[in-house]
Design a protein around this ligand. Structure first.
Ligand SMILES: NC(=O)C1=CN([C@@H]2O[C@H](COP(=O)(O)OP(=O)(O)OC[C@H]3O[C@@H](n4cnc5c(N)ncnc54)[C@H](OP(=O)(O)O)[C@@H]3O)[C@@H](O)[C@H]2O)C=CC1
Ligand SMILES: O=C(O)C1=N[C@H](C(=O)O)C[C@H](O)C1
Length: 274
């Protein structure tokens, strides 16, 4: 489906009654260049039939539906923050209907990522575990630090999130590990240590360790520790609201305008490659 005018993007939201979905619907309603064109949620959701802005006591004129075809019918792009299995079903429908996607969902397996790549061969998709500008700049800082601190520094990624989060480590923490491993000419799969318990033995020099905290309403904290001899470097990002994820998603929506196909990330959107 093509845009109704070059400057107005018609945006549907999947997981519309979720924490991110609500934030996205609100951000779209407040924007001057995006219009809410559909609101989807999972069959059985208590939000079905309600207006997408009902949680704010307002009306968007768009009711939340689980009918994928109806939810996408008027959309140029779908923003999806749901669960991997939901995102994959949405990606298949979007590829068939020619609807672009911005995907914030985390927790994909390698096989699921390959399915998203196949969808992106048909329609343009931005996929990123964190849409905030600050986190993506942090990833660039980590690239630089990882190159400079290549020898003699033990690397640990520590993340904290709210008690409702279902995947661990966070998608952002894994991305940080991947960026660091790649900057050092290695693969995260060969270095990641996700669990420690009991007699673990000494720390392998090349390990990238992960530690996960879950509790309360923590929006999202990430720290990477480079622990050397006599000093340590800590690079941290803390989100205090989901607004940054929503605004980053809208930047991705604008970036996609006019793109036919391909899998992009927030480095592409923000011009951070190179
Ligand atoms: N990339 C980024 O910047 C960010 C990514 N995220 C990621 O986004 C995802 C959602 O986070 P959050 O909003 O906090 O989660 P929520 O659980 O609050 O929202 C998820 C929404 O998706 C719906 N849903 C659940 N399963 C399915 C399915 N199989 N198909 C369709 N819809 C489904 C839920 O419905 P119901 O409640 O009825 O189950 C709910 O409306 C997570 O993977 C999270 O890690 C989060 C923040 C930022
Ligand atoms: O579930 C969340 O809340 C978040 N998930 C993303 C992740 O897994 O990295 C991004 C952010 O940290 C919030």
């Amino acid at each position: 489906m093509s845009a109704s005018s070059p400057s107005l993007r018609r945006v549907a939201v999947a997981g519309a009654s979720g924490r991110m979905g609500r934030m996205l619907v609100e951000a779209i309603a407040a924007s001057s260049d995006c219009r809410l064109a559909g609101a989807l949620d999972i069959p059985g959701s208590p939000a079905l039939g309600q207006d997408a802005l009902a949680h704010l006591g307002r009306s968007s004129g768009v009711a939340i539906t689980s009918d994928l075809q109806a939810g996408l019918a008027d959309a140029d792009v779908l923003i999806d923050f749901t669960r991997p299995e939901g995102t994959l079903a949405h990606a298949a429908a979007c590829a068939a209907a020619g609807v672009q996607m911005v995907i914030g969902t985390t927790g994909f397996s390698e096989a699921q990522k390959a399915e998203l790549q196949a969808a992106a061969d048909k329609v343009a998709i931005v996929l990123a575990p964190n849409m905030s500008v600050g986190v993506n700049v942090t990833l660039k800082l980590l690239q630089m630090a990882a190159r400079a601190l290549d020898q003699g520094y033990d690397i640990e990624v520590i993340e904290a999130h709210h008690k409702h989060k279902v995947d661990a480590p966070s998608g952002t923490a894994l991305k940080m590990g991947e960026v660091i491993a790649e900057a050092q000419g290695t693969r995260l799969a060969d270095r990641a240590v996700y669990e420690r318990y009991g007699h673990t033995g000494e720390r392998p020099a090349n390990a990238i360790g992960f530690a996960t905290v879950r509790g309360g309403d923590i929006v999202g904290d990430h720290t990477v520790l480079f622990a050397g001899t006599g000093e340590r470097v800590e690079i941290s990002h803390r989100s205090s609201s989901r607004e940054g994820y929503a605004q980053g998603s809208l930047r991705a929506v604008r970036f996609l305008a006019g793109k036919e196909a391909g899998l992009f990330d927030m480095f592409d959107v923000l011009g951070l490659n190179g």
